[in-house]
Design a protein around this ligand. Structure first.
Ligand code: FAQ
Length: 332
């Protein structure tokens, strides 16, 4: 084994004669050493599969996540709010694209990933199966959903797969702006008229539970964690990340004058953490099995967008072919 600085590496010659078991040991040594794994390096098949599952689920979430917010672009209450929301929704599309590209480095193509989403084979985040009933819901999404996403993704930025962890760095910077604009909307409504305050509280009441759930099942029920954590795809467990989100969000609610809809919520002086009541895991599993309030609508909207965009893809291919022909004739 070659050890250059902190880097563990076998020479290519030794690598070629190693057994799978030996390669797995070397792979785990790299992970334990904090090294990033890059696309062309050897990796266990399940590492690849877990990454494709997680990254594509994440990419689909960004794309489907545009729908509940896109619904409010034409109804934003001012030009400033409209411009900010438009920029945010565009950012989410960009995140989807970086993530699909990161997944493609693992040997799967974009069309296959898209087909998995459109046929309902691949999951996307449970949180995007809820409706946006009022303007305050846009505030709640930015504050709570982007807030939960940032806490999770800051952790994922420390993960072992190079292209995914690097995508997280940029995504987190943008999510941070999304989170602030969401909190700003909520804070202003909560400190506005009585009707506005009620609108903000109602949005918090509806989005709090699903935001807690979106960070994944409890550690005891998390079937993938043993592999995803062994390989540092996730460097912290679902419950640890969830607790961090709760600890950061409860004081923000208090500062805005809003009430977290949980009668069991209390601060534990000894642990210095906010403790919540039971999470509605029945609701979570119902939603991820396709029975949330908007699952059918989200999927049919994406299916329609795919169909309506067909001519754009055909035109892009025809244009690329034309350009290629032109270049070839110049070269000849
Ligand atoms: N929804 O064994 P675990 C965003 C599934 S981005 C649906 O604990 P794991 C930005 C899980 O896939 C939000 N399914 O799984 C934005 C597994 O099923 P499978 C998305 C869920 O992977 C903001 C099963 O349950 N972020 O919001 C969910 O170790 C605003 C058992 O779970 C990511 O995708 C769920 N919430 O840990 C955009 C981040 N949770 O696949 C627009 C990347 C779990 O075996 C507007 N993903 N499941 O059939 C992750 O960090 C992880 O996948 C976890 C789950 C933490 C979500």
């Amino acid at each position: 084994m070659l050890k250059v600085g902190n880097t563990v590496n076998f020479t290519p010659l030794i690598y070629a004669i190693m057994t799978t078991e030996e390669r797995e040991i070397e792979f785990q040594a790299k992970i334990d050493n904090g090294q990033k794994i890059e696309p062309k390096e050897w990796m266990p098949e399940n590492y690849r599969k877990q990454l494709i599952r997680m990254i594509s689920q994440h990419a689909h979430s960004e794309i489907v996540g545009m729908l509940p917010e896109g619904n409010w672009i034409s109804r934003a209450p001012s030009l400033r709010r409209k411009a900010v929301l438009l920029a945010k929704v565009q950012d989410e599309a960009g995140h989807g694209l970086y993530l699909y590209s990161a997944a493609e480095t693992l040997g799967i193509d974009r069309q296959t990933l898209t087909d998995q989403l459109l046929t309902g084979k691949a999951k996307y985040s449970s949180i995007f199966n809820y409706p946006t009933l009022s303007w305050a819901d846009i505030g709640a999404i930015g504050w709570l959903v982007d807030g939960a996403a940032i806490v999770n993704q800051t952790m994922l930025a420390r993960g072992s797969y190079g292209p995914y962890s690097r995508a997280m760095v940029r995504i987190c910077k943008e999510e941070s702006f999304h989170n602030r604009q969401g909190y700003e909307i909520m804070y202003e409504l909560a400190n506005g008229t009585e009707a506005q305050k009620q609108m903000a509280q109602d949005a918090l009441n509806r989005w709090w539970g699903p935001s807690i759930q979106m960070l994944g099942p409890s550690d005891a029920a998390s079937i993938n964690s043993s592999e995803t954590m062994k390989w540092n795809i996730k460097v912290e467990s679902n419950d640890v990340v969830r607790q961090r989100f709760i600890d950061r969000t409860v004081p923000q609610a208090i500062a805005a004058g809003l009430t977290i809809p949980d009668p069991d919520l209390k601060y534990n002086d000894e642990t210095e953490h906010w403790e919540i009541g039971p999470v509605d895991w029945d609701e979570f599993y119902r939603v991820i099995k396709g029975h949330g309030p908007c699952n059918k609508k989200r999927l049919s909207d994406r299916q329609r967008a795919e169909k309506e965009g067909e001519w754009v893809r055909e035109a892009a291919i025809a244009y690329a072919e034309k350009q290629n022909k032109k270049m070839n004739s110049i070269a000849a």
